[in-house]
Design a protein around this ligand. Sequence first.
Ligand code: ADP
Length: 701
Amino acid sequence: MTFNTILSFTGACLCLALAVLVFLRDRHSLVHRTFVAGMMALALESGFAGLSFQALFFEQVIFWQRTKIFSTALLPGIWLLFSMSFGRGENKELIHKWKGFIIASFILPLLFISFFNKTLFKGAPVAHQISSWILPLGWPGYILFLFLLITTIIIIMNLERTLRTSIGHMRWQIKFMVFGLGSIFAVRIYTYSQTLLFRSLDTGFDMLHSGVLVIAGILMIRSLSRLKLLNLNVYFSHSFLYSSLTVLMVGIYLLVVGLLAKLIAYFDWVESVHLKGFLIFIAFLGLSILLLSDRFRHRIRRFIAVHMKRPQYDYRREWIRFTEKTATITDARNLCMTVARMFSDILEVLSVTVWLFDELHARLRPVGSTVSSEVGAGHRISDEGAARLFQTMRDQEMPVDLDDPKIPWAYDLKQSMPDYFQEARIRYCAPLSAGGNLLGVVTLGERVGYKTFSFEEFDLLKTIADQTAASLLNLKLSEDLRKAKEMEAFQTMSTFVVHDLKNLASTLSLTVQNLPIHFNNPDFRNDASRIIDQSVAKINNMCSHLSTLSKNIELKKIETSLNELIHASFSCLNGSIKGSFVQNLQPVPKIKIDPEQIQKVLTNLILNANEAIGNGGEIRLATEKRDGWVVLSVSDNGCGMSKEFMDRSLFQPFKTTKKQGMGIGLFQSKMIIEAHQGKIEVESEEGRGSTFRVYLPLAGK
Ligand code: ADP
């Protein structure tokens, strides 16, 4: 048995197997019946071709070829009917419209062959290469092949139409079926056109047909593993009508065939014309698979969208809008709510929910949603679904379409809990990850008009989701920082309070212990009462200082002369000042301040300066008017402060370098000054002294 024969019989067997497989799945619908019939016809054709290859004499060849052509004549009608019903839910309307043509394509070839059987081929066949004969065509043969060519093109156009209008899962299912059938017929465009061109049938083409049949059979088996039944319904869109790939491909084909024929003849590359045809077929199949591959199209469209097309969204505008809306938001709930609304608005999706991961309960919690004002989406849906969603989104970078059959895990996830996703109205899901952590997810429902997202929209979705995640992370970090600071302040305060209370307690307990022993000693009684007095004063002092930390300062502002206030404060302190005191008070206008509070600041600064200087040091006090401010400065030539202390601890509560200090004075002073809309500045150098400048606004500033 020759290779040709084996190939032909393999093709025939594959077709038979496919016919049986589809027949067993369903034998009642038109699409299944036509497929089975079509496959049987192809099997017969290939089988007869195999027998023809085995023939040794040309009479036998002619006999088998004449028999074979009967099965070829069955192909147009059957496959035309199939191509009109496949993927179209047995489109009765279309079939009805084409009724005449379909009937003609059934009857005409058969009639032709029956009537003109003798004149289909004319003259003696010519042996051409090994086991290949050239049979010159008579005019009926010519018309028959012309008819076959036309119906073949129509069949391919129909198949293409089905494929191009199918989307998503459906497309994924039918793609290889269409490729398989498409290649069977596409190669016939080549062979029929060659037959017409040379007005003779080359039996070597049968080998090409059988070879393609084997490849097509494999493609169709692959498709049948995805597709259980052939009678599914593709919803047609109108846009595709404007361009037909078939027409384009036939055009390219004719061009390429012409060119290749010239090239091959010139260089004498490939001996066998059939092998040449087969190579062209493989190249075309590859090209069309590539052209119709979703991933390839995705890349091309992305490339075009990024580099050539006018962007659908004005990113700059959307960016500004996003930052404007979210800049002042300081809590996660508000941010999520705003972001959900923005997504809904920009991408035209009615239900958008932003879910955050709740670390405490280890689950997703809906925080902002457009589904109902009361972030309602999540109340109705199970934790399990949310947990699985979160689990599966962990490793995702890009937003996913959960209905996309090309992302099996997403598709499976949605299919595994259809009710859950239905109720939660989830179709798309974008991760909110920042700093390598998944903080939550954004889920979007079906779009208005059920349009799927374009790349640009996926890109935009990702950009906004990333930005949201970054803002959320920021909020979370500043919240953590605030809590840490609060904790730190609380700890410092409690250490400080505990330390002082312990001192007081030990002094008092000593007194209490000695009380029964020395009670009758009047000196002891005086001492004891003094200690108790001091302790009470200290506790009161502590309380009053600490209370300034928690209270907002209430100012009672009146027109005050700062210089007079300085005189008054100074006269109170005069006795306790160690060093010399220099005043340089320039006349400054009266300002509206709370004199009692400002006096506290003043006293504080003077006492600090006094503690900083040694004996013989100097304290200078000055006032002046500068650029709408009244400036009061207190300088000393004392110990000064380290830069590090100024940077990290100055004006912070409980930060003190003194044994008996509380570290509250400057903190409180700053609060008072700021309550007056003023500011305080410090200049200091270790070992040389410090200057504190208080700026208070002039009236009307
Ligand atoms: P306290 O005086 O109770 O320590 P303050 O808040 O008034 O609390 O001062 C905080 C710290 O700032 C002081 O412990 C001291 O180290 C530093 N400081 C304040 N004023 C001066 C100054 N004039 N010279 C040097 N260090 C100063």
